[in-house]
Design a protein around this ligand. Structure first.
Ligand SMILES: [Zn+2]
Length: 107
């Protein structure tokens, strides 16, 4: 695969991740306390909020990792497993850009 194609794939994933972050941010916006809401519904909303904040943190970490990998495309460090030195498949880099290991070494 050409470096330009790899860059294209990473950029697309960056775009997708940015949009996801916007969605999560929207969902974690503080809502005005509503007295009509019952306690169970409020608990649900709180649970959902903490779940979405966790996803938001994950997405932010992923975005940072993707941006870092983008700067490494074409260098010997790009996508190299720190465990065995083999090339990590691009599909895995896009899904788990923060991982420094190939599938075999991370198991
Ligand atoms: Zn490995």
């Amino acid at each position: 695969m050409k470096n330009s194609e790899i860059e294209e794939l990473i950029k697309k994933e960056i775009d997708k991740t940015r949009k996801l972050i916007e969605v999560y941010k929207e969902e974690t916006k503080p809502v005005a306390p509503d007295c009509t809401i019952d306690i169970l519904a409020r608990n649900d909303a709180m649970n959902n909020m903490s779940r979405v904040s966790a996803l938001l943190q994950q997405a932010k970490a992923k975005l940072a990792a993707l941006e870092l990998s983008l700067t490494k495309v074409g260098t010997p460090q790009f996508g190299k497993c720190v465990g065995c030195g083999k090339q990590i498949p691009i599909g895995r880099i896009l899904v788990r850009p923060e991982s420094l290991y190939c599938i075999e070494c991370s198991e």
